[in-house]
Design a protein around this ligand. Structure first.
Ligand code: ADE
Ligand code: ZN
Length: 332
C-alpha cells in the first residue's frame, strides 16, 4: 500500500477540532440567509480571500465573526453534521469536538440550544456512520475567570453530555494560571481537562497547563521543543500533544511545512497526534493534514501507523475500544 492509500485506510481519531472552525463558507452563507443576518462578504470567494492570516489573533477575529450567524438548534446541527460527513470521507472513526459556549451565550443564545444541536448530530453520526464522539467545552481565555466560572455553572445540567473542558482563544498574555481555580472546580465535578498551550505562547505555558491545570492532554504544544527539561517530562509521562500542522502553517507558527517539528517530536518519543483544528479556515481536514506532513517530512508507513495509533491511545474512549482500533491499525 502506498502512503496515500494508507492515510485513507487508517482508522483515525480526531482530538483537536473546533466545531466552529469547520464552518464552510457555503454553509455560512446559507445559514446567514435563512437567519437574515448580514455578513461582511459578498461571495464565497470573498470569504476565502479573507482567510489570509498572519497570527492567531488575525484568524480569531474572523472566526468569531463567522460564528455569529449560528442561532438555532438546527444551525448547530447542520454545522456538526457537515463535519461528520468529512469525518466519514477521511475515515475518522472517533472525534472529540471542542465548542466555545461563550461565543454563543454572549450573544443571547442558550447553552441548551448549542448542546442540543451538536448532540443530535453526534447521535446521527453514530447511527449512520458508526462514528463515535465526545464534546469538550472550551473557556475563552481572553475573557475573565469569573466568566469561565459562569460558563462552568451553565454546563452543569449537561454534564453527562460533556466529557471535558478546554482552554482556547488568544494565548499570549492569558496564561493557564489565570484559570487554575476554574479547572480545579471542573476536575472536582468530574470533567477531564485539556488546554491549548505552546502554540504561540512559550513553553512556560505548557508547564503551567501540566502543573496548575493538571491536564490530560496538551493542545498544540509544539513550542515545548524549546525546553529540553519539559521534553523529558512529556516523554516520561506519555503526555499527548494534539498537533495541528496546517493550522501551524496558516497561522505562521511555522514558515514552511518542511520546518514543522512533528516528525522530530515523534522520533524523540513524544506522544503526538495529527489534527485539523479549524479545517474550514486552514485548508484541510484530517487526511489533508496527514498528506501535508507526509509530503513535507517524508514520513514512513510505520510512522503513519504510529500517529493513528497515538490518536486512539490519547483519546477519552474505553480501553476496550482503544484495543479494537489499534488491532485494526496493526493489521494494515
Ligand atoms: N480557537 C479556535 N482555534 C484556535 C486555535 N488554534 N488556538 C486558540 N484558540 C482557537
Ligand atoms: Zn485549537
Amino acid at each position: 500500500m502506498n502512503q496515500l492509500e494508507l492515510i485513507r485506510a487508517l482508522p483515525k481519531a480526531e482530538l483537536h477540532v473546533h466545531i466552529e472552525g469547520t464552518f464552510e463558507p457555503e454553509l455560512m452563507f446559507a445559514i446567514a440567509q435563512r437567519n437574515q443576518i448580514e455578513i461582511p462578504y459578498k461571495s464565497v470567494e470573498e470569504v476565502k480571500q479573507a482567510y489570509n492570516f498572519h497570527n492567531l489573533q488575525s484568524f480569531l477575529d474572523i472566526y468569531y465573526a463567522g460564528a455569529n450567524v449560528l442561532v438555532h438548534e438546527q444551525d448547530f446541527y447542520d454545522l456538526a453534521w457537515a463535519y461528520f460527513e468529512k469525518c466519514h470521507e477521511d475515515h475518522v472513526m472517533h472525534t472529540e469536538m471542542f465548542f466555545d459556549p461563550q461565543t454563543h451565550t454572549d450573544r443571547g443564545i442558550a447553552f441548551e440550544t448549542v448542546i442540543n444541536g451538536l448532540q443530535r448530530a453526534c447521535n446521527d453520526a453514530k447511527a449512520k456512520y458508526g462514528i463515535s464522539s465526545h464534546l469538550i467545552m472550551c473557556f475563552l481565555r481572553h475573557l475573565s475567570e469569573e466568566a469561565a466560572f459562569e460558563t462552568l455553572a451553565q454546563a452543569m445540567p449537561f454534564k453527562e453530555q460533556i466529557i471535558g473542558v478546554g482552554l482556547d482563544s488568544s494565548e499570549v498574555g492569558h496564561p493557564p494560571s489565570k484559570f487554575e481555580r476554574v479547572f480545579a472546580q471542573a476536575r472536582e465535578a468530574g470533567f477531564l481537562v485539556v488546554a491549548h498551550a505552546g502554540e504561540e505562547g512559550p513553553a512556560e505555558y505548557v508547564w503551567e497547563a501540566l502543573d496548575l491545570l493538571k491536564v490530560n492532554r496538551i493542545d498544540h504544544g509544539v513550542r515545548s521543543e524549546e525546553d529540553s527539561v519539559l521534553m523529558q517530562r512529556l516523554i516520561a509521562e506519555k503526555m499527548p500533544l494534539t498537533v495541528c500542522p496546517l493550522s501551524n502553517l496558516k497561522l505562521c507558527v511555522v514558515d514552511d511545512m518542511a520546518q514543522h517539528n512533528i516528525r522530530r517530536l515523534l522520533q524523540q518519543g513524544v506522544h503526538v497526534t495529527v489534527n485539523s483544528d479549524d479545517p474550514s479556515y486552514f485548508g484541510g481536514y484530517m487526511n489533508d493534514n496527514f498528506v501535508a506532513i507526509t509530503e513535507a517530512l517524508a514520513l514512513t508507513n510505520e510512522e503513519l501507523k504510529t500517529l493513528a495509533q497515538n490518536s486512539f491511545e490519547a483519546s477519552f474512549i474505553s480501553d476496550a475500544e482503544k484495543q479494537k482500533w489499534i488491532a485494526e491499525i496493526q493489521a494494515l
